[in-house]
Write a protein that binds this ligand. Structure first.
Ligand SMILES: C[S@@+](CC[C@H](N)C(=O)[O-])C[C@H]1O[C@@H](n2cnc3c(N)ncnc32)[C@H](O)[C@@H]1O
Ligand code: SF4
Length: 429
């Protein structure tokens, strides 16, 4: 079959820009669509293309009429969900084709896509289940595939949940990095001007922070990839920098240590960026040191908040003291700290001041500040549903307040923009 996999264009709207002319807050994402390359890897017997609308925003018409796909599959984060619905409508108007949607929003809130322009929804990791769906569509055998829902607009979505396991990683089939080769020069880490390649070494996360949608991908399971397949994937890429895209690369310290040893033994000389929790750094400083020796350059670490009450409310299962210890260890080892902090819409001016001071004092190399957003499907959403004032998902970019701000709204965004600017002045990765 002919299958077109689509990465949606940069989507999302900005309240600070639209209401107050603050243009510095809007975020642009551009990295390779690894999730689609991974899906493609498990579709050996089919004709495949990836269309990256983030790089080629006007490419849809040409691809639909030139390639004439039998199946079009789209992925979407929450802020892209409405864009993907609009694209699906366009696709259906142009061509009689099966439209499938997957990715993080489909996994966290599958009902959102229960509409007439979508035929199937893939819930959670899709490498294996999407391949099973394609086979069922090709052979026209009507089978119920766990983790795949047939849309039925107007009636509740009904499907069998999938019990995710290593089988869903379908590791024998590497990602089809070749399908995005024409786009690759555009996948650049802007702060360094370096080309970046993406590799996955684990899926899901064993933690359950209330704001986070990662657990929806594996129904709370944490799955590590076999060391040999991670090495294989790293070696496929020519790029000097590898971003390990796992939400939690060091979730199984023993596995992470084996991976570091294997990278060294394979003679791989690359730089790595990876996500780590602060409590992992504190419990396993020698692991981070080992990774620094084999090329880890920077870690992305979710500090989130600087006091224990706020961390507790998020179910972060960490503390302000652990965050401080982790910062000290990472500076000592010489790893660049990309620190994630979450600004509550409830913030006062004093809290903005305190956070700004903390980032400076602790010398966080690249602070990343998001605004607390109750993403559909998360515990936070269930807790705050009644208080949400903006329901339009185009604003769920993590840089808009979809809950009422305690400060006057314009002042809130001025303080937010100032915090971002301050952090980026001395940023290094
Ligand atoms: C994958 S995690 C970071 C690294 C690591 N997993 C950790 O917990 O330390 C991505 C980061 O995005 C931010 N984030 C995720 N969901 C968010 C939400 N709903 N609202 C605001 N920020 C969010 C948080 O700062 C979070 O730490
Ligand atoms: S924020 Fe990090 S630790 Fe928490 S659930 Fe998400 S990925 Fe896991």
């Amino acid at each position: 079959m002919k299958i077109l996999l689509i990465n949606p264009p940069n989507s999302g709207r900005s309240i600070p820009e639209e209401r107050y002319g603050i243009t510095s807050v809007k975020q642009i994402f551009r990295g390779e669509p690894l999730a689609l390359e991974v899906l493609a890897g498990n579709l050996d017997d089919h004709e495949l293309r990836i269309l990256d609308l983030k790089v080629n925003p006007d490419g849809l018409e040409a691809e639909l009429s030139g390639f004439t796909p039998d199946i079009v599959a789209l992925t979407a984060m929450t802020c892209e969900a409405q864009t993907v619905l609009r694209l699906a409508t366009q696709i259906k108007q142009k061509r009689q084709t099966t439209v499938v949607v997957g990715g993080i929003h489909a996994s966290a809130d599958p009902d959102f896509f229960n509409c007439e322009q979508i035929d199937w929804i893939v819930v959670g990791l899709g490498k294996q289940s999407f391949s099973e769906l394609v086979q069922a569509l090709e052979t026209k055998v009507d089978q119920r595939i766990p983790g795949v829902a047939r849309t039925a607009p107007g009636t509740p979505l009904s499907f069998q949940p999938r019990k995710f396991s290593r089988n869903d990683l379908a590791e024998q089939h590497p990602p089809r990095y070749d399908l995005v080769e024409p786009y690759r020069p555009q996948y650049v880490l802007q702060t360094l001007g370096l080309q970046l390649g993406f590799v996955a070494s684990a899926a899901g996360c064993p933690y359950d922070c209330s704001f986070c949608c990662i657990s929806a991908l594996t129904d709370g399971r944490y799955l590590t990839a076999t060391i040999a397949t991670v090495i294989r994937d790293i070696q496929q890429l020519q790029t000097p920098v590898i971003r390990l895209v796992d939400a939690n690369t060091f979730g199984n310290p023993q596995h992470a240590l084996q991976l570091a040893d294997a990278i060294e033994s394979a003679g791989i000389k690359k730089q790595f960026l990876a996500d780590v929790r602060s409590d992992t750094v504190v419990r396993h400083p020698e692991l981070l040191k080992r990774w620094q020796e084999i090329g880890l350059r920077a870690v992305v670490i979710g500090f989130e908040e600087i006091d224990d009450t706020a961390l507790g409310a998020m179910n972060k299962k960490s503390s302000a003291a652990i965050n401080l210890q982790a910062i000290e260890i990472l500076h000592r080892i010489g790893l660049t700290i990309v620190g994630d902090f979450i600004i509550s819409p409830d913030y006062t001016e004093q809290q903005f001041d305190k956070l700004g001071d903390f980032v400076k004092q602790q010398q966080i190399n690249l602070p990343m500040h998001t605004i607390l957003t109750p993403l559909p499907g998360t515990d936070l959403y269930r807790q705050l549903r009644e208080k949400i004032i903006i329901h339009d998902l185009d604003y769920y970019t993590l840089t808009n307040a979809v809950l009422a701000t305690r400060l006057d709204e314009e002042l809130f965004y001025q303080r937010y923009a100032a915090l971002l600017a301050e952090g980026h002045q001395s940023a290094k990765v």
